[in-house]
Write a protein that binds this ligand. Structure first.
Ligand code: SF4
Length: 144
């Protein structure tokens, strides 16, 4: 927030364009949260019933169910041979919204820190403030 104007720091808009490098699906262990409906879609996509999906792909992170990560923090649903998400068409909203997450948009510093990991930030398409506001409001979990 810009304390002099009451506007968020991103009120002039931001630039982002995914380069498909897959880095956001790897790196430090994190949380890959999903809703119950998303879980059903993920399981169906993989041809598993919900129990089988849970046994193979679900763990707990910060008090919520989260997708299992491989050694090194790589999402277990990422194609091991490349950078493709195996469930891209039904990936959770958390993944779709990146990098417009509350935790990344909370300050310019947080955005710039994340941009060291994600080469798509600060380049690509212009996101006007009204759209950023909508993406922020769509976050399924406030602490995302
Ligand atoms: S790290 Fe950024 S550029 Fe790379 S796949 Fe993720 S969102 Fe796209």
């Amino acid at each position: 927030m810009d304390f002099l104007s009451d506007k968020p720091w991103w009120s002039e808009g931001l630039f982002f364009g995914c380069l498909g490098c897959g880095r956001c699906c790897r790196g430090e262990p994190g949380a890959i949260w999903f809703t119950e409906r998303e879980e059903a879609l993920l399981a169906a996509r993989l041809g598993l019933d919900r129990d089988a999906f849970r046994r193979r792909f679900v763990t707990g992170r910060y008090g919520r169910p989260s997708i299992v990560e491989r050694r090194g923090g790589e999402c277990a649903l990422l194609d091991e041979a490349g950078n493709r998400c195996n469930v891209y068409a039904v990936r959770p909203l958390q993944c779709r919204l990146f990098p417009f997450w509350p935790s990344v948009l909370r300050s310019r510093l947080a955005w710039e820190e994340e941009s060291r990991r994600c080469p798509g930030m600060n380049g690509g398409k212009f996101y006007p403030p009204w759209l950023i506001g909508r993406l922020l409001a769509a976050a399924p979990f406030g602490d995302l």
